[in-house]
Write a protein that binds this ligand. Sequence first.
Ligand code: PRP
Ligand code: MN
Ligand code: MG
Length: 179
Amino acid sequence: MKNDIKTTLVTKEELEQRVKAIGAQITEDYRGKELVLVGVLKGAFMFLGDLARSIEIPLEVDFMAVSSYGHSTVSSGVVKILKDLDLEIEGKDILIVEDIIDTGLTLSYLVNNLKSRGASSVKICTLLDKPERRKVQVEIKYKGFDIPDEFVVGYGIDYAEKYRNYPEVAVLKEETYNK
Ligand code: PRP
Ligand code: MN
Ligand code: MG
């Protein structure tokens, strides 16, 4: 796995520090509210796990799976719900947890969808942001890092379903795509 990596963009230490800081901020902002973390599968699973542990108020966890990329590196722009929430979210304060925002298509769809179910609030927490790639504007409440427009893997993020378990955010060597 390590042999396929060209460079590291965000180290383990940087991830740990930033996730803790965001967790502390959420703890403060959501005290007394009915917080539900909604992880977007699959990419957000690792970030959500670490983030939830750094939040020190009661919360609920749920997941959604939506399709946007599949096995391609380009966004199709089509968002489809593959797995819906289990929880009723009417009156709840929803924080959508994402690994990365690219075009913004996935999140703009999700925010509208969750608002239409009567949530009290719907906000976004993303670990990574590629602002250069945005097609639709989305309002981000918590952000880990801005990154350049490069295809990244690790810390939950895949290339063709692999590398999600790589513990840092990294860029693959070009020849890896052509394997
Ligand atoms: C990736 C990423 C975000 C989305 C961002 O997910 O995890 O969910 O794309 O792209 P957008 O801003 O252009 O909509 P992907 O569809 O690859 O699924 P995965 O999380 O299961 O890998
Ligand atoms: Mn995803
Ligand atoms: Mg993916």
